[in-house]
Design a binder for this molecule. Structure first.
Ligand code: FAD
Length: 473
């Protein structure tokens, strides 16, 4: 038997690495097992988020957005740039450098905080023992007082469009194209599909998004979802709703996709196809038969409100458990669990987790939306403010979008904030903080916001809850 630890974390994504660092900061002897190996055969930390998720996708969104701005908006701003083009290989090299810097940064943080990095695949055995199988096939078994499982998620595959990593790819493959495909199909109009579709559309691809559901972004506030669809369609994304993919055929360097919609059987030919139909919890080779960890019927590890599994002293966090599959949700659970393991009281407010779609404009929300309030029979007051009436949005040449504040009709407590507009992903933090502090719409309305800022749109929306927006008739 090798070393004994206070805590062993399995998985070094944003859930696991944050849990490991925080546990070590609290004085616990901590190890973190990671099996992700990069193209050079090196074990890397950071999980889906840093390697093939949040970070590389945002690097590509940023480059492609700047390209579109330079092409279409600079002229109006009085900037002449002439003919411009994108060097996709250079764009990819910057993305890879950003990923390498960040993943390397986690390894340095492990060293600085005294987290023992164990390289290989971790398997939970009974009695809180973890067996680690290294790249060379050698195994070692470690013991811990507490184990935190943070094994994440993987993309869902669908039989009608099997991934071949050539013409049909998943989200990770879509971050690796070396040129913009002429005709790009995206199956799934969720957050990831819209972000990746936007990247390649901006770089010149004709993008068709095929979505089985008939509602667009059903979990987003209806008015915001409607505006999002309008703006993305204006940008050239052909979004087909109620279109169920039934098959695909790869032939002569093309992929022919068949789907059914309200008008019957359809086919469309693409040069590349991205399958983005969701993600599923990942527990492959993770749990020994005797480990005693219960899964639910969708394969998520069953946990209670503080991420305790069916085995005492074993916790699970992040994408492998219930709740939104978001990096910051995983990290917050990591902090909460490390605190609990160290003997502190800790809990998480699951009602104040923000979501962001990093399209242009960005879409961001926290709390409940109008349709959810209605479904739950909650009486609400709503204040909205259009970016078109914001001085800073005008100065920024970014007048598309709106901010919306939803408050309880009787108590005035803020129940949700919804924004579509430039930097919505940054602005939403104001709604999150307000909700975390149990603020009323009036509290937000009586707060002094700097001028001229886009944040004033949130302020005005809070004022509008009681009909007192200043810059709106
Ligand atoms: P992961 O990040 O999946 O990490 C799990 C880690 O555990 C992996 O490194 C894996 O190798 C390791 N592991 C698994 N099993 C074992 C084992 N048995 N032994 C050792 N190691 C193991 N979220 C956001 O909040 N914002 C975004 O903008 C965003 N953009 C995204 C874009 C894309 C294209 C994708 C695919 C996802 C995006 N996400 C985003 C989602 C985000 O990446 C996940 O929610 C987040 O990574 C979940 O963190 P996690 O720690 O639970 O799991």
């Amino acid at each position: 038997m090798a070393d004994k630890f206070d805590v062993i974390v399995i998985g070094a994504g944003p859930g696991g690495y944050v849990a490991a660092i925080h546990a070590a900061q609290l004085g616990l002897k901590t190890a973190c097992v990671e099996k992700w190996v990069n193209k050079e055969g090196k074990t890397v930390h950071g999980g889906t988020c840093l390697n093939v998720g949040c970070i590389p996708s945002k690097a590509l969104l940023e480059t492609s957005h700047k390209f579109v701005e330079a092409q279409h908006d600079y002229d109006e701003l009085g900037i002449e740039v002439g003919d411009i083009s994108v060097d996709v290989k250079k764009m990819m090299a910057r993305k890879e450098k950003t990923v390498a810097n960040l993943t390397g940064g986690i390894s340095s943080l492990f060293k600085a905080n005294g987290v023992t990095a164990l390289e290989g695949t971790g398997k939970l055995l009974s009695g809180k023992k973890v067996e680690v199988t290294g790249k060379d096939g050698e195994t070692a078994t470690y013991e811990a007082d507490n184990v935190i499982i943070a094994s994440g998620s993987v993309p869902v595959n669908i039989p009608p469009a099997p991934i071949d990593n050539e013409l049909i790819v998943d989200s990770a493959g879509a971050l690796e194209f070396q040129e913009a495909p002429k005709r790009l199909g995206v199956i799934g109009a969720g957050v990831i599909g819209l972000e990746l579709g936007s990247v390649w559309s901006r770089l010149g691809s004709d993008v068709t998004v095929i979505e089985a559901m008939s509602d667009f972004l059903p979990t987003v506030d209806n008015a915001i979802a409607k505006e999002t669809r309008k703006l993305l369609s204006k940008q050239g994304l052909d979004i087909k709703l109620g279109a169920k993919v039934t098959g695909s055929e790869v032939k002569d360097g093309e992929v022919v996709v068949s789907y059914t919609d309200s008008e019957g059987e359809q086919t469309q030919t693409f040069d590349k196809l991205i399958v983005c139909v969701g993600r599923k919890p990942y527990t492959e080779s993770l749990l020994d038969d005797g480990a005693g960890i219960e899964l639910d019927d969708r394969g998520f590890i069953k946990v209670d409100g503080t991420c305790r599994t069916s085995v005492d002293g074993v916790f699970a966090i992040g994408d492998v458990v219930r709740g939104p599959m978001l990096a910051h949700k995983a990290s917050e659970e990591g902090v909460m669990v490390a605190d609990i393991v160290a003997g502190h009281k800790a809990e998480m407010n699951y009602d104040a987790i923000p979501s962001v779609i990093y399209t242009a404009p960005e879409v961001a929300w926290v709390g409940i939306n109008e349709q959810e309030a209605k479904e739950q029979g909650i009486d609400i007051k709503v204040g909205t403010f259009p970016f078109a009436a914001s001085g800073r949005a005008m100065a920024n040449n970014a007048t598309e979008g709106m901010a919306k504040v939803i408050a309880h009709a009787d108590t005035d407590r803020i129940l949700g904030v919804h924004i579509i507009g430039q930097h919505a992903g940054e602005l939403i933090a104001q709604g999150v903080i307000a909700m975390e502090f149990g603020s009323s719409a009036e509290d937000l309305a009586m707060t002094c916001f700097a001028h001229p800022t886009l944040s004033e749109a949130v302020h005005e929306a809070a004022l509008a809850v009681d009909g007192h927006a200043i810059h709106m008739a």
